[in-house]
Every structure is written in C-alpha cells, then in structure tokens.
Design a binder for this molecule. Sequence first.
Ligand code: BG6
Ligand code: MG
Length: 221
Amino acid sequence: MLKGLLFDLDGVLTDSAKYHLQAWGELAKKLNITLPESANDELRGRSRLDSLNVILKFGNQQYYSEQQKKEFMDTKNRIYLHLIRAMTPQDILPGITDLLADAQGAGLRMAIASASRNAPIILNQLGIADLFAGVVDPATLIHGKPDPEIYERAQQLLHLRATEVTAFEDAVVGVQAIKGAGQFAVGIGNKHVLRQADYVVPTTGDLRLSDIIANFDSRNN
Ligand code: BG6
Ligand code: MG
C-alpha cells in the first residue's frame, strides 16, 4: 500500500532547473566553454561537483585543482542564489499544489530527496516547507544520483519500506537512483528519455494522485 511520496525539487516542484543551467552557463562562459544542447539533460539532478566535472569535460579542462574547483562552484552558487532570490509560491509548477494537498488529505507522508544544498531555501520561498516530514541533507551523502543513497535515506526519514513509496523525478540519473532503491518511479518529462521510470507524464500538470495510486497498485500487486 502506498504510504509515502518522495520528491526531487529542481524541475519537479519548481522550475529552478532553468536557473541551475543559466548559472552553469555563465560560469562556462567565464571559462570559455560552450555548453552543448544536451547540457540541460546531462546536468539535471547531478550534484554540484558532478555538474562542474561534466562542464569541465565538455571544455576538455579537467586539470583544475580542488581549490580552483571550489572557487568555480562558489561562483556558480553565487549566480544561482541571485537568480532564485525572487522566487515565490507563484513559482510552484502547475499541478503540484493540488497533488501535495491531495496527498496530505490521503494521509501520505512526504519527504524531499534533492541533491541541492539550496533546497531548504527554495522550499521556504515557495511556502511549502511545512508539508514535508523530512528533507535529506545532501551534504551527508557519500554518493550523488544515480546512486540510490538519497532515495534510501528519504524513505528512512519517513520510516517506510521501498515497496510503500513512490518517488518523482525529472532527471535520468534521478530515475536511476529511485529504481536502484527499489522504489516506484514517476518520471516527469519525455518518456523516451525517462524510459526506466514506472510511469511517465509529460508535465507536472498531468500528475493526478488517483492515477499514480492506480499505477502503483497495479505494479505492486
Ligand atoms: C539538483 C539539480 O537538484 O541539485 C542540479 O538538479 C544541481 O542541477 C544539484 O546541480 C545541486 O544543487 P546545489 O544547489 O547544491 O548546487
Ligand atoms: Mg530535478
């Protein structure tokens, strides 16, 4: 029986993925690196350091020291924090407010499994922080997505089993992490890209709790 929902944040609850991409784009420009069109899908869901390494690989500049990489990440984060400062509840993606309300009404427990260290700031700005019983602190993780660690941790925060939760992702590495944790994966985006997900909707506006429960029940029975 479905008892809990685990949510990625960027690209699922709000469109902050576009700000991550913009901030990385500005850093890449400073380094004379041109990001390919595939950058958006490749960076989605990856930790700060993993994202930087992907960008440096695009530019064949994998020779920087730890200290230089830290400075690059700090620069990107300053740009990102500037971009997200004006976010409000208006920035919650379509369908999400209803989904969260329906889940709360159905007594489902909810947690956040975002790789972003900025997740608590954004949840506060969106005005939805109180809805979640747990938020995984990515600073405490050994491995980033696609490793299942973050989803296993989120499930533990809710004291639930893998077979009792559904998790929501817009990133390929995120769906891989959910499946690695043995959980039911709802993908939001292109079904050919997110083909490992158990159930895929094109946009958050297509999410309905009743459809998700029906699909979850048919997979788990
Ligand atoms: C993920 C985003 O949620 O968080 C990635 O999809 C981002 O794009 C990662 O790199 C880490 O975020 P932050 O805010 O800690 O740099
Ligand atoms: Mg995401």
